[in-house]
Ligand binder design. Sequence first.
Ligand SMILES: NC(=O)c1ccc[n+]([C@@H]2O[C@H](COP(=O)([O-])OP(=O)(O)OC[C@H]3O[C@@H](n4cnc5c(N)ncnc54)[C@H](O)[C@@H]3O)[C@@H](O)[C@H]2O)c1
Length: 442
Amino acid sequence: MDGVTRRGFLKAAGGAALATTLLPAMAPAVARVAPARRRYAIVGTGIRGSTMWGSSVLSRYRDSIELVGLCDANRKRAELVGRRLGGGVPVFTDFDAMVAQTKPELLTVTTVDATHSDYIVRGLAAGLDVITEKPMVTDEAQCQRVLDAEKASGRKLVVGFNYRFARKHQRIKEVLLSGAIGKVTSVDFAWYLDVHHGADYFRRWHRLRNRSGSLLVHKATHHFDLVNWWLDAAPTDVSAFGNLRVYGRNGPFRHEQCRGCPHAAKCPFFWDITKDRGLTELYVECESEDGYKRDGCVFREDVDIFDTMNLAVRYSNGVQMSYSLNAAMPFEGYRLAFNGEKGRLEIRDHDRQPWTPDKPTEIWLTRSFGEREAVDVEAVSGGHGGGDELLLDQVFAKPSLPEWLRLPTSRDGALSCLTGIAARKSIDEKRLVRIDELVKGL
Ligand SMILES: NC(=O)c1ccc[n+]([C@@H]2O[C@H](COP(=O)([O-])OP(=O)(O)OC[C@H]3O[C@@H](n4cnc5c(N)ncnc54)[C@H](O)[C@@H]3O)[C@@H](O)[C@H]2O)c1
């Protein structure tokens, strides 16, 4: 009996009072067949894959999503995460075997950055819709392959740019859309990573260009995507400088990792991973599989990424940006300003600092020949300023949001990565790099 027939029956049978008495007895006859859940798989069962794209997805969307497979190059880690997610999910180290045996419809890619493109291309070719963590790619050849693969597949690729979905970043977009500062002429953007979070990139695989693409790609892809989205424009030219001034070979001493380090007592970056049971299980107890040390020394000599980066970027709408990223700061957050024909919008974001700021995010609008006013922004709880949860809702629950909050596409993923890739090239080759020399068909 479908809804219409059932309503007709209840009416004929004498109305609401009668309906109430009949309902329990009728329940078996009117039970609906639950819609099929979407078959979902994850490749990359590290911290991001197991939490944001694992436990958070299952706790929020279990009615519409069925986790059918987990894959990771590290079998122990995949098995642990399988147990953490409730058990019973088949675990693989062979991606093609996972796809063939579990037949997912939707795939999330949360592996080490330089391996994303391979899984994206294989997922799309197998007929799956794919969500990839940022950065979509780490070099221009990977970028071209992903763009071509998506076109050929007819499937959809989404890039998990959660920063767009943080309330404070939406608020900035709203003010720009309102026209309060007129057309934007230039952007000043300085992002600060502190000696805790910034240093952590130098402990992990991120310290190697061939794994992360450098922080110009791994981290700055978030920032470049925000700027592209705020300006509704694409980068065209990039010029950059980069240097390694604090970590890596700059250190006064070094060891392979913090555990067992003879310099522990005098090293300000010493970090004891064994104090965190969850991380010890996820990484230390899985080391036997691949030798990866999560608590690597920040002063290892193989660090080949920059901790100090400055860029000049020009955009398709004529806007110019000066951008910097520093990874050994005493505080974490950013300073950002949009200079416009009719005024200036300034933002100071306080993420972590050794003082108590008045507000976590200050936004000021100053009109030319006018006054300065504070722009309110609601405090939102949740991961990455509430961005994680809103992004998940967009992917799995599809709430109606304005067009400017649509899910980030492969083009968005490409344009943000290519800004960092062009910056890296500019530093290596000491020249201005045009985005259109890197890939075709954007
Ligand atoms: N959007 C965000 O705010 C955000 C936050 C954290 C991480 N991330 C992204 O998530 C991804 C994972 O980061 P993480 O912090 O979880 O790292 P992680 O080191 O905890 O996990 C990476 C996993 O990939 C696995 N792996 C490595 N190479 C592989 C391969 N070739 N095939 C299969 N598995 C492989 C590793 O064994 C590990 O389990 C990264 O791309 C990172 O940029 C995004």
